[in-house]
Design a protein around this ligand. Sequence first.
Ligand SMILES: C[C@@H](O)CC(=O)SCCNC(=O)CCNC(=O)[C@H](O)C(C)(C)COP(=O)(O)OP(=O)(O)OC[C@H]1O[C@@H](n2cnc3c(N)ncnc32)[C@H](O)[C@@H]1OP(=O)(O)O
Length: 147
Amino acid sequence: MLDNLPRGTIVIEDLEIGMFRYLRKQVTDEDIEMFATVSTDRNPVHLDDDYAQDTIFQGRIAHGMLTAGLISAVIGEQLPGHGTVYLGQTMKFLRPVRPGDTVYAEVKVTEIDPAKRIVKMDCHCSVEGKKVLIGEATVLAPSRKFD
Ligand SMILES: C[C@@H](O)CC(=O)SCCNC(=O)CCNC(=O)[C@H](O)C(C)(C)COP(=O)(O)OP(=O)(O)OC[C@H]1O[C@@H](n2cnc3c(N)ncnc32)[C@H](O)[C@@H]1OP(=O)(O)O
């Protein structure tokens, strides 16, 4: 029995189709530098102004997986929240995220398999109302009846 659930966690028994949660976060130069360090992805399109100026983006952009990390944060902190296990994630990067952009990341429940505790969720991130990332997450949700 999991009776000490952190606030914000929504167990499988309480999840409903259509539930959604979101966060907003500004992506800073420091975030991009830290992500490059942690991931070891030092692609100059993220880090080098001169290099990035000569690309299709005409300036530095954030790592796609940094933006995707905001989806993970919504899932791990809010929906379903603490105790969730990621099983899969599809994603398409539609537009670049630039340093200083504020990203809105949202996940919405689309399918629930209570027997398997598997939940599917549509995910997207947007900047100034324009989608920069779309995808689908598959997760194992926490339960009141912990086995
Ligand atoms: C590895 C890391 O270090 C690098 C990174 O993390 S880079 C950061 C993450 N990626 C991005 O930020 C890229 C965001 N996407 C874009 O900016 C644009 O999609 C684009 C510039 C890459 C392309 O845009 P555009 O020139 O406008 O192209 P179209 O929309 O006209 O599409 C042309 C064809 O490509 C297909 N396509 C476009 N985007 C995607 C996608 N995300 N996934 C799959 N396919 C894509 C599109 O369908 C078109 O195909 P068609 O057969 O011609 O219809």
